[in-house]
Write a protein that binds this ligand. Structure first.
Ligand code: ASP
Length: 596
C-alpha cells in the first residue's frame, strides 16, 4: 500500500487501491499503457502505475471523444483517465489481479506523452539480453522484476534505519573525495585541479572515518555508504556498491554481533526471509575450513569433509604417501550412495583443479571394504578406519584429495558445493552463522611480509611477537554460503597499530605518510571500539533469490565496468585534462555502447 496521492489534475487514486468497494465512484487514474486489447468493439487498457494495474474500458457509445483517442493508444503511452468504477461481470473477473473484480469505464482521457515502441516487452517476464536492459535501464526498471527488487531494497534499508534509529545510532556521512583507505583492493583516483599532480581516492569503505567518529565520542554511528573498489570485475562484483556501515565505542565482539543480529533479524522478518531466530551459531575459521573447506560454509547440508591422513598413513599407495611425507593431508567426503559414470568422475577433477589440486581419487565403499583397484594398496584396518571416519555404507562414493592442507580444503569445499548443486541436496530454508577467530595474517612468502586478512585496523588476539599464530578479533556473517558482511574490534592504541603496520611491511615513515592522522588520533584518547559492514546489494539479492547483485541495483555496470546507458567511462575534452595538468598516454577506449 502506498499512502494516497493528493488529488490533482492527473489522478485522485492509485490504480492498485481500487476494488469492489469503490464500485459506483468516479475516479481519475494515471500511468502507462501496459497492454491494450480490442474486443467486440470495446478497447481495454491495462493501466500501470507504481501501485499496480487497473483495467480501463472504452465504450464506442458512451466513451465519447475518449474512445477515439483510445484507438491511438500504444504500449507505454502516458495517460490520465477519468470514469466510473464498475464491477466486472462474473465471467470477466481476473483473480490474478488485485483490482481484477472491477474496471474503470472511461469517459475522459488525456494523452500526456507518447512512447516509441520499446526495444523489449515491459509487460512480460521474458529474458532480455543484459546489455540491452542496461542500455534502456529506465524501461527495464519499469518491469515488475526490477520494481520488486527496488521495493525489497527500500524495505531492507528502511528496516535497517528503523532498528538503528531505535537504538540511537547517529546517521553520519563521510567523505567521498578522500585519501586511500586500504581494504585490499585498488583505489579509484580523482585528480585534483587545485593541487595539480595530487589525487583524491574514492573510499573503499568509510573505515578510517568511522573509527575517527569513535575517537570523537560519537559512540554509535551508522551510514548506508557507497564504497568504491577498482577490481577486475570477476563474477559478481561491482566497482561501486553499498554497505550498511556501523561502528560502536566501548564494545566487545558480542555487542556488535548482537546489534547486527537485531538489524538483520528485523530485515529478514520484514521480507519474510526465513532464518532461524538469533542468536546465530558461531564457528571458528579453523573449524569452517576443516569441515567445509571454506570460510563461508553453506551449513544447510552435510557432505562434510573429514581428515583421513592418520588412518591411511603407511599404505602402499605412492600418491597419498608422497603427499603425507611432504606435510600434506589426505581428506575426503562421502558423496553418498550414487553411481557416477567414468566421465562424470573425471569431470570432478576439473572442479578440484580450480583450487589447485591435481585430481580426485574416487573409491566406492563396499560391504567388506572398498571396491575398485585402489583397495589393494591399503590394509583392511586402514580401510575400516577410513570408512568409520567417513561413515561409509555399502555403495557410498568416497572422494579423496591428497594435497597441502589449504588446497585439499578448498578442493573438497568446491567439490562439496558442486555435488550439492548437481544432486539437489540443498534444502529449502536458510542458515545464518558467524565465522570468528580468523587468523590475523596470511604470510606472503614471496615478499616475506604479512598481509592482514581482514584489514590492518583489526585488533589482533594473541602474542604480537608471534605474528604467524595471531588470531584477529574479526567476525563475518555468512548466510547460505554467502559472506554478507563482516567487521571487527579495532586496534585503539598507536603502539599496536604501529606494530601491525610494521608486520605488513609499512615502515614508520610510510605509515605516518599514509595513516598519520589515524595514529595521531590514537594518541588523543581513543576508546576501544569495533564495528561491522553488511553488503546491502548482496543481502537484497539473497532475499530476492537472485544470483546477480546487478539485478538489485538500479544502475549497475556491466562486467567490464561500463555503463551502456550513459556511455561511462568515456573520454573527456582535452581542455578538461589540461585544467588538471594531465595528458593521456593512450588513445581513449570506451568499452560501453554510448547512448545515442
Ligand atoms: N570496512 C570493512 C569492510 O568494508 C568492514 C568493517 O570492518 O567494518 O569490509
Amino acid at each position: 500500500m502506498i499512502s494516497p496521492p493528493r488529488p490533482n489534475a492527473y489522478r485522485d487514486t492509485w490504480n492498485g487501491d481500487l476494488d469492489a468497494a469503490n464500485a459506483g465512484q468516479d475516479v481519475r487514474v494515471a500511468g502507462w499503457v501496459h497492454r491494450r486489447r480490442d474486443h467486440g468493439g470495446l478497447i481495454f487498457i491495462d493501466l500501470r502505475d507504481r501501485s499496480g494495474l487497473v483495467q480501463l474500458v472504452f465504450h464506442p457509445e458512451t466513451g465519447g471523444p475518449a474512445f477515439a483517442l483510445a484507438e491511438r493508444l500504444r504500449s507505454e503511452h502516458v495517460i490520465s483517465a477519468a470514469g466510473a468504477v464498475v464491477r466486472r461481470e462474473e465471467g470477466n473477473v481476473n483473480p490474478n489481479l488485485a483490482t481484477g473484480e472491477i474496471e474503470i469505464s472511461v469517459t475522459s482521457l488525456d494523452v500526456l506523452a507518447e512512447s516509441e515502441t520499446p526495444p523489449f516487452p515491459i509487460d512480460e517476464d521474458t529474458a532480455v539480453d543484459e546489455t540491452l536492459r542496461l542500455r534502456y535501464r529506465w524501461l527495464d526498471l519499469r518491469r515488475q522484476g526490477m520494481l520488486d527488487a527496488m521495493l525489497a531494497r527500500t524495505l531492507v534499508t528502511r528496516t535497517m534505519r528503523r532498528v538503528l534509529d531505535e537504538r540511537d545510532f547517529l546517521e553520519l556521512e563521510t567523505p567521498i573525495l578522500t585519501k586511500s583507505t586500504p581494504e585490499g583492493a585498488r583505489d579509484f583516483l580523482v585528480p585534483s585541479r587545485l593541487s595539480a599532480g595530487s589525487w583524491y581516492a574514492l573510499p573503499q569503505s568509510p573505515q578510517l572515518f568511522k573509527q575517527l567518529f569513535m575517537m570523537a565520542g560519537y559512540e554509535r554511528y551508522y551510514q548506508i555508504a557507497r564504497c568504491f573498489r577498482d577490481e577486475d570485475l570477476r563474477a559478481d562484483r561491482q566497482p561501486e556498491f553499498t554497505q550498511l556501515d556501523l561502528e560502536m565505542g566501548f564494545v566487545v565482539e558480542d555487542d556488535v554481533i548482537e546489534v547486527m543480529e537485531a538489524v538483520m533479524s528485523a530485515v529478514f522478518e520484514a521480507t519474510a526471509f526465513e532464518v532461524p531466530p538469533a542468536p546465530w551459531p558461531r564457528m571458528s575459521y579453523a573449524e569452517a575450513m576443516s569441515r567445509f573447506g571454506v570460510d563461508r560454509p553453506d551449513t544447510r547440508f552435510g557432505l562434510e569433509i573429514r581428515d583421513v591422513s592418520e588412518h591411511l598413513r603407511g599404505s602402499d599407495f605412492k600418491v597419498f604417501e608422497g603427499v603425507l611425507a611432504g606435510g600434506g593431508v589426505v581428506r575426503a567426503l562421502n558423496a553418498g550412495a550414487r553411481q557416477l559414470s567414468r566421465s562424470e568422475l573425471d569431470g570432478l577433477n576439473d572442479v578440484v583443479r580450480i583450487h589447485g589440486a591435481k585430481a580426485v581419487a574416487p573409491i566406492y565403499a563396499s560391504a567388506d571394504g572398498w571396491a575398485g583397484n585402489l583397495a589393494k594398496f591399503f590394509g583392511a584396518e586402514q580401510i575400516a578406519a577410513a570408512n568409520g571416519e567417513l561413515e561409509a555404507g555399502d555403495g557410498d562414493l568416497l572422494l579423496f584429495v591428497a594435497d597441502a592442507p589449504e588446497v585439499a580444503a578448498a578442493s573438497l569445499g568446491g567439490l562439496r558445493l558442486e555435488l550439492a548443486r548437481r544432486f539437489g541436496l540443498i534444502p529449502e530454508g536458510h542458515a545464518a552463522l558467524w565465522i570468528v577467530d580468523f587468523p590475523m595474517f596470511e604470510h606472503d612468502a614471496e615478499a616475506d611480509r604479512f598481509v592482514a586478512i581482514h584489514h590492518p585496523f583489526t585488533a589482533p588476539s594473541g602474542d604480537l611477537e608471534d605474528p604467524a599464530t595471531l588470531l584477529s578479533r574479526a567476525y563475518d556473517l555468512v548466510i547460505d554460503g554467502v559472506e554478507v558482511g563482516g567487521g571487527s574490534i579495532r586496534i585503539h592504541t598507536p603502539e599496536v597499530q604501529q606494530r601491525v603496520f610494521e608486520l605488513i611491511g609499512l615502515d614508520a615513515d610510510e605509515a605516518r605518510e599514509r595513516f598519520g592522522f589515524l595514529l595521531e588520533a590514537m594518541r588523543y584518547g581513543a576508546p576501544p571500539h569495533g564495528g561491522i559492514a553488511m553488503g546491502l546489494d548482496r543481502v537484497v539479492a539473497l532475499i530476492c533469490g537472485l544470483e546477480s547483485i546487478r539485478d538489485v541495483m538500479a544502475f549497475p555496470k556491466t562486467a567490464t565496468g561500463a555503463d551502456p546507458l550513459t556511455g561511462a567511462p568515456a573520454p573527456v575534452e582535452s581542455r578538461q585534462l589540461r585544467d588538471l595538468a594531465l595528458r593521456s598516454l593512450v588513445e581513449p577506449t570506451s568499452p560501453a555502447t554510448p547512448a545515442t
